[in-house]
Design a protein around this ligand. Structure first.
Ligand code: ATP
Length: 235
């Protein structure tokens, strides 16, 4: 569904991504893990189009994304739940979800999507008229995911959904993602610093260090890898 082939990108002349190749098949849950500053967020920016790669190719359903304007990419079915959630603080929970439904597919399926989102996240139903800025961090993350789902995506990209959350709330978010995936045909691409949890939830993973993929494979193989165990799992 999504491929990155030899992507080089950065913000200045100094590259942040040095030839990243990643493949996400339809229906898969793929995690990209790695230390701070490795370039995980930068990968997402090249996919959603806020950053143009210096070199390399990104395709979605076989279509070269270089030919698709960033503002059109959500309409192809790519949703990006950004780092730090970035909910619209002065709008209500309901209005935030409505804002998410701006794609053609999202508008068409608004009623069904809303019902599904409020079913997965009952706390959003209870607080549907509350201003998003007054929600707890975990609730805001659920809202950010719900807003992404309201666009009727086929690929949901999540940038560090556990950031700033307690371990218990982070676990709840990962459980919800698995539940959502089980009941939909959604493909998930996750970036995480919580490596153990991410590799437990995902089918496949990539370890990114200094803008390069240093390891990739099924989650079970990565969890058993000595380098991953020592560097990321504290074993
Ligand atoms: P983190 O988990 O800390 O967010 P990350 O793996 O997502 O890390 P990126 O955010 O992709 O890493 O950052 C990779 C590098 O790019 C870092 O050195 C960072 O300072 C730099 N960088 C990120 N955004 C910008 C920007 N807008 N302008 C210049 N440099 C940037």
């Amino acid at each position: 569904m999504l491929t990155l082939e030899g992507v080089h990108a950065g913000y200045t002349a100094i590259p942040v991504l040095n030839g990243v190749s990643i493949r996400v098949d339809e229906g898969q849950f793929v995690a990209i893990v790695g230390p701070n500053g490795a370039g995980k967020t930068t990968i997402f920016r090249t996919i959603s189009g806020t950053l143009r790669p210096f070199a390399g190719r990104i395709t979605f359903d076989g279509q070269d994304l270089a030919a698709v304007r960033p503002d059109r990419r959500p309409h192809l079915g790519i949703a990006h739940v950004p780092e730090g959630r970035q909910v619209f603080a002065s709008l209500t929970v309901f209005e935030n979800l409505e804002m998410g439904a701006y794609t053609e597919a999202g508008r068409r399926a608004w009623k069904e999507n809303l019902e599904a989102i409020l079913g997965w996240f009952p706390v959003l139903a209870e607080r549907r008229n509350q201003l998003a800025g007054t929600l707890s961090g975990g609730e805001q993350q659920m809202l950010a995911i719900g807003r992404g789902l309201a666009s009727s995506p086929r690929l949901l990209m999540l940038d560090e959904p556990s950031m700033g959350l307690s371990p218990a709330i982070a676990d709840l978010i990962f459980e919800k993602l698995l539940e959502i995936r089980k009941h939909s045909r959604l493909t998930i691409l996750l970036v995480e610093q919580r490596v153990a949890e991410a590799l437990e939830s995902a089918d496949r993973g990539y370890v990114l260090e200094a803008g390069r993929v240093v390891l990739e494979g099924p989650n079970s193989a990565l969890r058993a890898d000595d380098r991953v165990r020592q560097a990321y799992l504290g074993m």
